[in-house]
Design a protein around this ligand. Structure first.
Ligand code: SF4
Length: 387
């Protein structure tokens, strides 16, 4: 905050304070777009304070002091999957121990319990199940919508959607239209991993290509719908491949304006087949978020995914370009099964406290980032009087 304030007051002279990133600061302060080379320099910089300060210029311009969260729950309908992504500990073959497949009744029960807690969104993903009929997915959406028509159904990654298209032999656009007709409100951003085909060939052969991922979101956006996007980082990707990933997202956003938020995902190797890899450090997490905030100038929001970062680092990320802490996230399983230590489920109060402590104003948002409630003042704990 001190550096941010100094930069704001110092104006042009602030460049001196941020040394070799001064020219990038000047561009950002003048609302100019940074180049891929600039992004690469930011990724190579060790001046974390300067990165945070530059990212804060963009964050503040777009969101002021507001930092948002949503009341949501996750729902994984099945972990049975025909692929074997190296970084995944969630997927199972049908006969493996721990394989599961929820019935519609089980899903309805879980979601109806949490509707009583005030959730406004359910976020649904699963493995690429070899034999569930398409009617299972449309039925799931209809059944959940029947519980509460205002409940926002955010579901399926691009690779699941291509899987439905392949199972039914229907074009992707038709699959998306049928799901929307059933009540699907948004598609999720998962499955982007890193767009580089070099990395995809090593880590997730058989998964959709970058172009397919982007085409899926493009098609959805052209239907007037919104989605989020992600990047799984901290495994074998290079800084150049991270920049390429951001570049492709920025280009699609320029075309459709359909992404609500970018959600970088810190890779948790612990229990996966890549357990020998050293995960991204806290330094790299914050730098990655800051670079994303600076580079993705056509995105309104950058989300700090506390499930992967841990709540403490997610809170700190609010000073590194992040303006959204995702949500309460009831029943996350994918990162948990990979050995993630981010924990399970935050309460509304915990999220608001984290935001307020970081000097921001908590905003409960809906799935399209529209404010539901701006929490302007803290509920002060009762204090004993000395008199
Ligand atoms: S990441 Fe998704 S597609 Fe890959 S193995 Fe896991 S569940 Fe299957």
């Amino acid at each position: 905050m001190v550096l941010e304030t100094l930069i704001r007051r110092a104006g042009k002279h602030a460049g001196v304070m941020i040394s070799d990133l001064a020219d990038i600061y000047d561009k950002v302060a003048a609302s100019q777009r940074i180049s891929d080379d600039d992004a690469l320099r930011l990724y190579r910089s060790r001046d974390l304070a300067a990165l945070g300060a530059i990212a804060s210029v963009v964050r503040e311009r777009k969101n002021g002091q507001h930092a948002s969260y949503i009341l949501n729950r996750y729902l994984n309908y099945s972990n049975i999957c025909i692929l074997c992504c190296q970084f995944c500990e969630f997927g199972r073959k049908k006969r493996d121990a721990g394989a599961f497949e929820l019935t519609l009744e089980q899903m309805v029960e879980r979601v109806s319990n949490d509707l009583r807690l005030g959730i406004t969104e359910v976020h649904i993903v699963g493995g690429l199940h070899p034999s569930l009929p398409f009617s299972y997915y449309t039925g799931m959406i209809r059944a959940l919508k029947a519980l509460d028509p205002n409940l926002h159904i955010k579901a399926f990654t691009a690779v699941e959607l291509y899987h439905f298209a392949s199972l039914t032999r229907k074009p992707l656009a038709e699959i998306l239209a049928l799901l929307r007709e059933a009540g699907l409100d948004s598609i999720t951003g998962g499955g982007a991993e890193i767009f580089s085909q070099r990395v995809r060939d090593i880590l997730c052969k058989g998964k959709e290509t970058a172009d397919q991922y982007l085409d899926c979101h493009r098609t959805w956006h052209r239907m007037g719908m919104r989605s989020t996007c992600t990047m799984l980082y901290g495994h074998i990707e290079t800084p150049e491949e991270r920049v390429d990933h951001l570049c492709r997202l920025r280009e699609l956003q320029e075309e459709t304006r359909g992404f609500t938020s970018f959600v970088p995902l810190h890779f948790v190797p612990n229990k996966t087949r890549l357990a020998h890899l050293t995960p991204a450090s806290g330094f790299d997490d914050l730098r990655n978020l800051a670079v994303a905030r600076i580079y993705l100038d056509n995105f309104d929001h950058i989300t700090g995914y506390w499930i992967a970062l841990g709540m403490k680092l997610a809170q700190v990320s609010l000073s590194f370009g992040v303006d959204d802490l995702h949500g309460t996230i009831i029943e996350e399983r994918i990162f948990e099964m990979a050995g993630g230590r981010g924990g399970q489920q935050q309460t509304r109060e915990q999220l608001e406290r984290a935001i307020r402590e970081a000097g921001r104003i908590p905003v409960q948002r809906d799935s399209l980032f529209r404010p539901i409630k701006i929490i302007k003042t803290a509920a002060e704990p009762a204090r004993k009087s000395n008199s």
